[in-house]
Design a protein around this ligand. Structure first.
Ligand code: FMN
Length: 189
């Protein structure tokens, strides 16, 4: 099987967007995919807020880092949040499953986006307060990620840093640095 044409390989975090809105039917299917994500003890702790209203969109943009202002063109910004109280606590391992599960559900969104001809780009560069205030996110909920979502535009629509990033090749560590078989066989600094 050639991996090149699979969703996994077609998913990418680029920065050039058309402002064309996402049709409702497409949105509904994305939501359904998110809903069916796996979670520890099936707790489904994720809360996704899809922001397409221009005024709300602008407010979320104001909370994004300067280096993420290319996201302004994306018609929808998705804010992923969760609270620790909804965690499936396991005393024996200390993993924050509400965070882990949000990651899984966000991947559902990202791969679902590819399947729908869209591009999602996850971001960690934002400030909690302005986004929480604009969207009415209650105390106790942490924002995990903001994802820009929309149809990809040609790279020529970008300029400056964002264009430089998108022109540089996507890279990965070699397999032997991240995966081993039967034992922890990685070099550790
Ligand atoms: C949790 C998370 C946070 C990220 N934050 C940002 C960000 O703030 N700004 C940005 O331009 N890209 C951000 N990225 C995108 C990564 O840089 C990108 O996923 C990585 O370089 C691999 O490229 P690829 O997604 O095209 O495979 C983030 C990705 C993840 C998963």
């Amino acid at each position: 099987m050639d991996l090149r044409n699979t969703l996994f390989m077609k998913r990418e975090s680029k920065r050039s967007y058309h402002s064309r809105p996402i049709p409702k039917g497409v949105m509904d299917r994305l939501w359904e995919r998110i809903r069916w994500s796996p979670s520890s003890s099936n707790a489904q702790p994720w809360r996704f807020i899809f922001v397409s209203d221009p005024e709300q969109h602008q407010k979320v943009m104001a909370g994004l880092a300067r280096g993420n202002q290319w996201a302004a063109k994306a018609p929808t910004l998705v804010v992923v949040c969760a609270r620790k109280e909804d965690d499936h606590i396991r005393d024996d391992n200390g993993v924050q499953y509400h965070q882990f599960d949000c990651g899984l559900a966000t991947m559902s969104l990202l791969l679902g986006a590819v399947e729908e001809g869209l591009m999602g780009h996850p971001m960690a560069g934002w400030k909690h307060q302005p986004i929480a205030e604009a969207l009415g996110i209650p105390d106790g909920f942490d924002i995990m990620c903001v994802v820009s979502l929309g149809y990809k535009a040609p790279i020529e629509t970008l300029e400056g840093r964002a264009r430089e990033y998108d022109e540089s090749p996507r890279t990965r560590k070699p397999i032997n640095e991240v995966i081993t078989v039967d034992r922890f066989d990685f070099s550790v600094d």
